[in-house]
Design a protein around this ligand. Sequence first.
Ligand SMILES: [Zn+2]
Length: 142
Amino acid sequence: MLKVTGIAKGIVIDHITAGKGLKIFQKLNLDKLPSPVVLLMNVSSERLGKKDIIKVQDHIDIDLAILGLIDQNITVNIIENEGIKEKIAVSIPQRVKGLFQCKNPRCITCEDQYAEAEFTLVPNGKIQYRCSYCEELTEYKL
Ligand SMILES: [Zn+2]
């Protein structure tokens, strides 16, 4: 079993479905961080069989909406003084802005760079969002 030193202070993004860790790493721009960051892939997990984990040795703002869109299994642990100070379970965001584009090519948000589409989740079991400008449904894809 691979041992990784625990962190005294920072953020652990845990229970990432195996294979999605790298995507999350990129979406959160963690490669641009000045702090130490590790991405662990295919770690054994009782709950998931295998999972990915990301550890950041610093307190940074994490976009929980992006995490919720990519993977609803995720738990974010805020680490302080070597212990878990807070556990956050992510969920699919009800409203999102600026994370993806409207799929309607005639939508004003695709033509005008200053108009930013705002999307509202459509409760139909899929991850589909309705554009606030043109009402078109856009499905979020990784
Ligand atoms: Zn639109």
